[in-house]
Design a protein around this ligand. Structure first.
Ligand code: THU
Length: 161
């Protein structure tokens, strides 16, 4: 038997340690939580994506009485960005969540389906997407979605057979 050990690198930064651009994106994601439609979970998520052409798209989670019909903030944001600028890579994605009137303490980690969509977006763009998982006082900075999705399934996996 062989054991495989997979490591993930995450940098934990305070807000002060972010660049101006990262802080702007984080603030936009925070603001976006105000537009979330989350009457069922009361979990208000905002996401903001910076594209390589400087455009920024920000959006929130949108729920539905038929629960599975709702969509996470990350996917609303990325699908919209990708549909407007299909050939422009996404450079950075900030994610924030608020519940009971407060931003979550540690960080808001994307769900599995969103990780898969971020992966596809990264694959399309051909360059790593920096992800900022924002907590109340700190930010987890992830260099690429591959750090959150080891042994990932991409277009390459299909072609490799
Ligand atoms: N949600 C997001 O928007 N993003 C995440 O990363 C995690 C979960 C939403 C989906 C649903 O509207 C609510 O948060 C509770 O799961």
């Amino acid at each position: 038997m062989k054991e495989l050990s997979i490591t993930t690198n995450i940098r934990v930064l305070s807000y002060d340690e972010l660049t101006e651009e990262q802080r702007k994106l984080t603030d936009m994601a925070k603001k976006e939580t105000e537009n979330a439609y989350a009457p069922y979970s009361n979990f208000f998520v905002g996401a903001a994506a910076l594209l390589a052409n400087g455009e920024i798209f920000a959006a929130s989670n949108q729920e539905n009485a038929a629960y599975p019909s709702g969509l996470c903030a990350e996917r609303v944001t990325l699908f919209y960005a990708n549909s407007k600028f299909p050939d422009v890579p996404v450079k950075t994605l900030a994610i924030v969540a608020k519940t009971n009137g407060e931003f979550v303490e540690e960080c808001c980690a994307p769900c599995g389906a969103c990780r898969q969509v971020i992966l596809e977006t990264e694959f399309r763009g051909g360059e790593p997407i920096e992800i900022l998982l924002c907590g109340r006082d700190q930010v987890y900075l992830v260099h690429s979605i591959k750090d959150l999705l080891p042994l990932c399934f991409t277009k390459d996996s299909l072609e490799r057979g």
